[in-house]
Design a protein around this ligand. Structure first.
Ligand code: HSE
Length: 436
């Protein structure tokens, strides 16, 4: 039986999952591939810690040079994460005509365009299914299955840690720090959890999906990013009163030849399928012209789910190796000539409904002053809630839901409102999206 040799760089949580699948599911993989997918070498700086996987002797090494450029190794898996040395290792492997599989969304968001070029120049594959939404095969869907469609929008819950935290805060009124710690203990969070909490990890993934959807080079800097750290338990209670759930949503849509890309906490109607995605689960909601709406759901983080996506890529590339058809599928699903920079809508021009929570001293005329300022900035109020008093007995939360308004009008109104003497704290703003 033919053998395709694989070298793994990074023997952390996901790396251990990949090794486990390659060793324990060897039979089912070779039954599908018609060849053996052989884990030849694993490189890591730490080769002594037990990862709970029984490896054959001689596989582990701390010398990367035994993998990169080794003519016996056909495919390199990069699972060290981060920008460097991942970029250097991947570049060297591609230049050595080794195909590469990665789960590294940060690397792709920043250096994806350059690495795709290198893969093409060297006639090898560079696959990245595990980089977006963990185990959900969304890259394959967008790159291959939806090839006959124009994509209108892609929206997703793309960070398991944030979804876990928001679910627990909403359902159990749990404390933010305590839930974050639990997510870290379960191995969902990035090494630096600010990437999760501040929405950066989600934005890395959205940058990739935007390019797959709209045939544009990956451009992370065009994404507006807000994290979840400003969302308070009280916002979940108000969201429920309005019939909404709060999710960290990634949104990419194309309208009037303009692309809009943003990541922020979002209120979604409870009945929308994305509102039902809880815990560490991820989901991607795609609106395509021929298929219509479709939803892809599964585990977006964690050892075995992410490893499953990595091994799926390995099998795809191994098939291409056997078939001598590397580069059969374009990196972003479009021919290079079709990939063009596009116009992005500035955040000030986006239109949304808004949830506004004002923290005010409970005095006369408060509501009329706020309503007046919103009104002369073209913002129409859809509903208002005022409940009880704050813990200090002085401030009170006044909550409003607006009709659709322009972001720049909202910002102008809030700049005026937050200066008023009866405003006790900066106003909390959460966008509400009802027609995803
Ligand atoms: N930290 C990421 C998450 C892991 O929580 O979703 C997968 O990218």
């Amino acid at each position: 039986m033919k053998k395709i040799n694989v070298g793994l760089i990074g023997f952390g949580t996901i790396g251990a999952g990949v090794a486990k699948i390659l060793l324990e599911n060897r039979q089912v993989i070779s039954d599908r591939l018609g060849a053996e997918l052989n884990l030849q070498k694993i490189a890591d700086l730490d080769i002594t810690t037990d990862r709970g996987v029984a490896l054959p002797d001689g596989i582990l090494t701390s010398d990367i040079e035994e993998l990169i450029g080794n003519p016996e190794i056909d495919i390199i898996i990069e699972l060290i994460g981060g920008y460097e040395p991942a970029r250097t290792f991947v570049s060297r492997a591609l230049k050595s005509k080794q195909s590469v599989v990665t789960a590294n969304k940060a690397l792709l968001a920043k250096h994806g365009n350059e690495l795709f070029s290198l893969a093409r120049e060297n006639g090898v594959d560079f696959y990245y299914e595990a980089s977006v939404a963990g185990g959900i095969p969304i890259i394959k869907v967008m790159r291959e299955s939806l090839a006959g469609n124009n994509i209108n929008s892609v929206c997703g819950i793309l960070n398991g840690t944030c979804n876990y935290i928001l679910s627990k805060m909403g359902d159990e009124g749990a404390d933010f720090a305590e839930v974050l710690q639990k997510a870290q203990d379960l191995g969902y969070a990035e090494a630096d959890p600010t990437f999760d909490i501040e929405g950066i990890d989600t934005a890395h993934k959205l940058a990739i999906l935007t390019s797959l959807a709209f045939a544009t080079p990956i451009d992370f800097d065009k994404i507006h990013v807000e994290g979840i750290s400003a969302v308070k338990p009280v916002d979940f209670a108000f969201a429920q009163e309005f019939g909404y759930k709060i999710k960290l949503l990634a949104i990419a849509k194309k309208e009037d030849d303009c692309i809009e890309t943003r990541v922020h906490p979002t209120m979604i109607p409870e009945k929308h399928m994305l509102a039902k995605i809880d815990d560490v689960y991820n989901a991607v909601f795609v609106n395509a012209d021929a298929l219509g709406p479709s939803l892809y759901y599964g585990q977006g983080a964690g050892m075995m789910a992410t490893a499953s996506a990595v091994v799926g890529d390995l099998v795809d590339i191994a098939r291409n190796c056997l078939d001598k058809s590397l580069q059969r599928i374009p990196d972003l699903g479009f021919q290079v000539a079709a990939i063009k920079p596009q116009t992005y809508r500035p955040m000030s021009e986006i239109v949304s409904q808004y949830y506004l929570r004002f923290t005010v001293y409970d005095k006369t005329s408060v509501l009329s002053r706020i309503a007046g300022i919103l009104g002369h900035n073209e913002i129409s109020i859809a509903s208002v809630i005022q409940q009880g008093r704050g813990p200090d007995g002085e401030t009170v939360a006044v909550v409003m839901q607006t009709h659709k308004a322009k972001e720049k009008d909202l910002r102008a109104a809030l700049a005026e409102i937050d200066k008023l003497s009866f405003i006790a704290a900066p106003t909390t703003v959460i966008r509400m999206e009802s027609d995803l």
